[in-house]
Ligand binder design. Structure first.
Ligand SMILES: [Zn+2]
Length: 121
């Protein structure tokens, strides 16, 4: 699985990790080499898209292209399968954000770009 197919799947609402065929480690987004064992052999591992917020930051001063959307939250989400990914939090009021809050994957599609986001579970 490539980054391109990862984002194409995400656009359709499917979050997919890769599983190392040598050590069984999961990685998301797909990487060239396994962070755990250094091998390069992967198979696609579809994820449920459910997870919890492991940490988050509220962005009040955003890069110019996202400035109209600030403030917004970025969170490290620990997925049910045990891997974590950084994503935007959408449809959750900033004052309701909390470590451990259950969230669900939600593609953030803008034109031909797809971002990773999570909304209420
Ligand atoms: Zn490995």
């Amino acid at each position: 699985m490539t980054l391109k197919s990862f984002f194409e799947g995400a656009r359709d609402g499917r979050l997919t990790a890769v599983r190392c065929t040598a050590c069984g480690g999961l990685a998301i987004p797909p990487k060239e080499f396994c962070p755990a064992c250094g091998k390069r052999g992967w198979q696609a591992a579809p994820l449920s898209g459910s997870g919890t917020i492991a940490s988050y930051t509220v962005i009040r001063v955003a890069p110019r292209k996202f400035a109209p959307e600030a403030p917004y939250a970025l969170a490290q989400v620990r997925l049910a399968e045990g891997v974590s990914i950084l994503g935007r939090i959408v449809d959750v009021p900033l004052d309701r954000l909390a470590i451990g809050l259950a969230v669900k994957f939600h593609p953030l599609v803008r034109g031909d770009q797809t971002g990773i986001a999570f909304g209420p579970a």
